[in-house]
Design a protein around this ligand. Sequence first.
Ligand code: GDG
Length: 472
Amino acid sequence: MRRLIAISNRVQVDHEGETANRGGLAVALAVALRESNGIWFGWSGELTEEFTGQITFRRAEGVATATIDLEAQDIDEYYNGFANRTLWPLFHYRLDLTEIARDYAGGYARVNSRFADTVGPLIETDDLIWVHDYHLMPLGRLLRERGFDNRIGFFLHTPWPPPSLLVSLPDHRQLVESLLSYDVIGFHSYEWRQAFMDYVAAHLDARLEGDRVIFGARTSLLLICPIGLDTAEFCAAEGTPAAVEAETRLIDSAVGKDIIVGVDRLDYSKGLQERFSAYELLLTSRPDLCEKVFLLQIAPPSRGDVPSYQQIRADLNSLSGSINGEFAGIDWVPVRYVNKGYSRDQLFGIYRAARVGLITPLRDGMNLVAKEYVAAQDPADPGVLVLSCFAGAAAQLDSAVIVNPHSTEDMADGIARALAMPLSERRARHKAMLESVETQDVRWWSQRFMAALIAPDDAPEPGRVPADAAQK
Ligand code: GDG
C-alpha cells in the first residue's frame, strides 16, 4: 500500500483533555492516516520566536504526525489574516466580512512556501500527497516547482464561492491556476464543484472536458466526494458511561420538555443569530409551546483573535439573554446557551436526548454535526433533523426537514413541524438518512478520494456518484 502524506494547516490529535474543540477535519483525517500508515504534516499550533523549519515527530492514537511551529507574524498574516479574515468569509459568501490586505496575501504565500520547504524532505517518490483546505491552496504548485512529480490531491472542506464573488479577491486567477497543479481537486457537493467549473470557464485559459480541467500540460480531475463520519467509532459511544450520563442528566433536567439541540463552532457561517431569532419567533407565534420545549445551543468559541468572531459572541450573548429575559419563568429557561465543548461520548448522549437537531448554517461545506445527530438517534424512536438547505449535507440528508436559514419564519415552521411529527414519519426519515450516514462514512470518503488520486481514469463519472451524493 502506498504511503499517504496528509498536509493540513493544523495537526490536531487526541491528547487527554484537548479533544473538546477538535474540528471535523481532525476526526476524518485520523481515520484515513491510521489505515494507510501515513504521516500527517502541519502546524503544531505553537509559536516560535523565529521560524526554523524544525520538525517535531510524534505518534498519537496510531497516527504519525510531523509538525512545525510558526512565527507570530505568520499567525497574524496567514492564519488570522488571509485564511480567516479573507478566504473563510469569502468562501462562505460573506463579502461584507472579507478583509483584503496585501500583508495577509504575503503571509499566505510565505507560509505556504515554508510548508513546501519543510515537508519536501519527508516526501518519497511513491508517496501519495493529500493537501487539505483553503489554507494551503498554492502548496501543490509550490511542490511541483520544487520538482515533486508525485500524485498530489487537494480537498476543499468549505464551499467554493460563485465566480462573481471570487473575483473580489486580488490575484484570484493566480490562486485558481495554482490549484490546477493538483491531480485531483475534491469538493463536498455538486454545487461547490459547479461553481469552480463556472469560474474556470469564465476566467481561465483552460479547457473543461466533463469532470476534468486541462490546463497547459496538466489535467486535474474535479471530484465530488462528500465527507462522512467515522460512524462506527462515533456510535461506539452508545452505552458508554459518559454518553449515558449526559443523556440521563439532560433528560432529567428537561422534566418532560422536548429538547431542541444545536452544536456548532461559534462561527458566523453557522447561522446562530438567525437560529436564535427563529426560535424566538416560534415562542412568540406558538405560545402553546412555551414551557414545553427548550433550545440547548452548544457553541465552543473559535478564532477568538478575529474581531468578527468577538462580535458574534457578543451578539449571541445579548440575543440569548433577551430571549430568556422575555420568556423565562421561575422554572423554565427557554435557551441554554453553552460556550464550552463536550467529549464526543457526551455529545452522543446529548444528541440522543434531543427531539430535534437544529442545524441551520447560512453556508457550510458539509456539516458533520448533522450526520452525528442522525447517527446518535434511537432508530425505534428517533428525533428529527431540521437542516439548512445551504449545508453541503443537505444533498445526502434530504429526508431532513429542509429549511431556509435566511427565513426565520421558514425555520420556525420547520421546528414546529419537527416537534409535531408522528413516529412513523420520524422513523421513515431517519432510516433513509442513517443509511447514507452509515454507507457514505469517512472510510468511503477517503477511499473514494485516494482511489481517484491513484487512478483518475477509474474515478466514477458524476452520473455514477450515488445520486444522493451528487445532486443538490
Ligand atoms: C469544516 C467545514 C465540514 C463541535 N463542538 C464540539 C465538537 N464539535 C465537533 C462536531 C463535529 C465538528 O466539531 C464540526 O464539524 P463541522 O463539519 O460541523 O464544521 P467545521 O468545524 O466548520 O468543519 C464543514 C468539515 O470541515 C469537514 O469537511 O463539514 O463544512 O466548515 O465533528 O462534533 N466536538 C467535541 N466537543 C464539542 O463541544 N468533542
